[in-house]
Design a protein around this ligand. Structure first.
Ligand code: SAH
Length: 360
């Protein structure tokens, strides 16, 4: 069960070792609690004054649920407050210093963060994020120091080598002092065109422990936000995700046109700038001009917009589309209606029948 209560101005007793409790201290301060933090049972016993009836007793390391674990030493203190009827909660210990977690943040809405992503953010000391991740929510989700690596003071992206270096430097403490528990928060999934593997390799090379929390990739979730399933029985049996960042070769156009002609779905990320080049290449490779194409901008975010067109008219219809956007090419685009995130998919059955009937 989860309860939300206001602790503004309320006395709270926090029990736990300074390092393990370092983030819990920040959380309770941020919530406005008047905090009495005791780092050991001995410190509690030796205190001149302890809060007589705090609003809450929080203990780091979860002895409340799992009695008999390492911090059984707190039992006398907990028993004392329990007899007074003071509610007790367990607080997870801070994340381990010197570790890095590459976290997939999904396409940008808080609801599409995974439970593991939320936990990793809560346990972090430092979060390096870019603008595709749900960065607006971060103040709510973590007490960590927030570093925007999507932009520098001069509004330029931090180069990848520099991001790699920063991640390692924060994790190791840069040679002086204790390192941090670092989260690198990325849009979508870290291993889908996210350079997550490069960041992981930089950590491994520096001897820093690194783990990955998978995220919901925009390649699937952004089409879904426009009601487009990337596969559907009888409509499409495969989907191929490509980067449109660099112009494709003629051989690549031919290969993709072949996949789409056979009913496969082609999903293009980072493809807005090269969309005219891509469309022309696919047409040259023989893909029908009536092949459905959708551009979904800012999926799962404010200002989401879907443009439905076809391969023959895309330059005219999608010329004003902007990043971030996912391009979907293939028959599944005919299923686009409503939004999988909120609106009902009212017209899906009807669209499906249209698709099966070969309507354009
Ligand atoms: N790792 C990410 C992709 C990074 S590449 C993932 O798995 O989603 C960046 C591209 O992702 C953008 O150019 C755009 O094509 C797509 N993208 C990410 N978030 C998006 C969003 N909310 N709406 C539309 N496109 C998005």
């Amino acid at each position: 069960m989860q309860l939300s209560i206001s602790l503004e101005g309320m006395p709270v007793v926090l029990l736990g070792d300074a390092d393990a409790a370092r983030q819990a201290v920040l959380r309770y301060r941020r919530a406005g609690a008047v905090l009495a933090h005791f780092e050991s049972p001995a410190a509690f016993m030796a205190a001149v004054a302890v809060p007589a009836r705090p609003a809450l007793v929080a203990v780091v390391g979860s002895p409340v649920k799992e009695r008999g674990t390492h911090d059984d030493a707190w039992s006398p203190v907990l028993d004392h407050y329990r007899k007074l009827g003071v509610p007790q909660v367990d607080e997870p210990p801070a994340g381990r210093r010197g570790h890095v977690t590459l976290v997939g943040g999904g396409p940008g809405s808080r609801g599409l963060l995974t439970v593991s992503a939320v936990k990793a953010l809560r346990d972090a000391d430092v979060v390096l994020f870019d603008r595709l991740a749900p960065w607006r929510e971060l103040e709510d989700l973590t007490t960590a120091q927030l570093i925007d690596v999507g932009k520098l003071p001069g509004h330029h992206r931090v180069p990848q080598d520099e991001i790699n270096r920063l991640i390692v430097e924060y994790a190791t403490g840069g040679g002086d002092g204790a390192g941090s528990n670092v989260v690198r928060l990325k849009g979508g999934d870290p291993f889908v065109f996210g350079r997550g593997a490069e960041e992981a390799a930089a950590c491994v090379a520096a001897g820093v422990t690194v783990r990955v929390v998978s995220g919901i990739s925009s390649s699937i979730a952004v089409p879904a936000a426009a009601g487009i399933p990337v596969t559907h029985r009888d409509v499409s049996h495969s989907f191929t995700v490509i980067s449109g960042h660099a112009p494709l070769t003629e051989a690549e156009h031919l290969h993709l046109a072949g996949l789409a002609a056979e009913g496969g779905t082609v999903v293009v990320l980072m493809g807005i700038a090269n969309l005219p080049h891509l469309a022309a290449g696919l047409r040259r490779s023989g893909l029908g001009r009536d092949t459905p194409l959708a551009v979904v901008e800012r999926g799962h975010q404010a200002g989401q917009r879907t443009t439905i067109t076809d391969l023959g008219k895309v330059e005219a219809d999608a010329g004003a589309c902007e990043n971030p956007a996912v391009i979907v090419i293939g028959r599944v685009v005919r299923l686009a209606r409503g939004s999988a995130d909120g609106e009902e998919l009212r017209d899906l059955a009807e669209s499906l029948m249209m698709g099966a009937g070969g309507a354009t």
